[in-house]
Write a protein that binds this ligand. Structure first.
Ligand code: ZN
Ligand code: ZN
Length: 125
């Protein structure tokens, strides 16, 4: 099966880890999927071009900005319905391409190149 939207560049596995750079805007289209109640956002890392997969953490109860909607929803803050586009577009993403880039220093957190970005294009599948 081929990926209908391949990354423009190959995965730059030789890039060293860099956790210092400020967040950048990714021009790529990211995908939001929900499988077995787990929401994932996937897309190419703007730095290393690896395919990064993020599972947004559940929102703490009562942190919503649109009060009424949050009150009406049961405590399934990590469902695709609760994770509105607004929320997914407002947060930062950290590279989780799965490749232990040089200097990433172990197993804390997702394995990736350390890049942080935000997204402005999201499709739901
Ligand atoms: Zn990366
Ligand atoms: Zn990578």
């Amino acid at each position: 099966m081929t990926d209908p939207a391949p990354s423009p560049a190959r995965h730059l596995r030789e890039l060293p880890y860099d956790g210092e750079s400020p967040a950048v805007e990714s021009p790529a289209v990211f995908r939001c999927t929900e499988r077995d109640g787990v929401v994932e956002v996937t897309g190419p890392c703007p730095r290393c071009a690896g395919r990064s997969r993020t599972v947004p953490e559940p929102l703490p109860p009562g942190t919503g900005t649109k009060g009424l909607r949050d009150l009406l929803l049961p405590r399934r803050e990590n469902s695709a319905a609760a994770l509105t586009d607004e929320r997914l577009l407002a947060r930062d993403y950290e590279c989780a391409c799965g490749h232990p880039h040089e200097g990433s220093g172990g197993t804390l957190g997702p394995v990736g190149c350390g890049a942080i970005w935000y997204i402005s294009h999201l499709v739901r599948e």
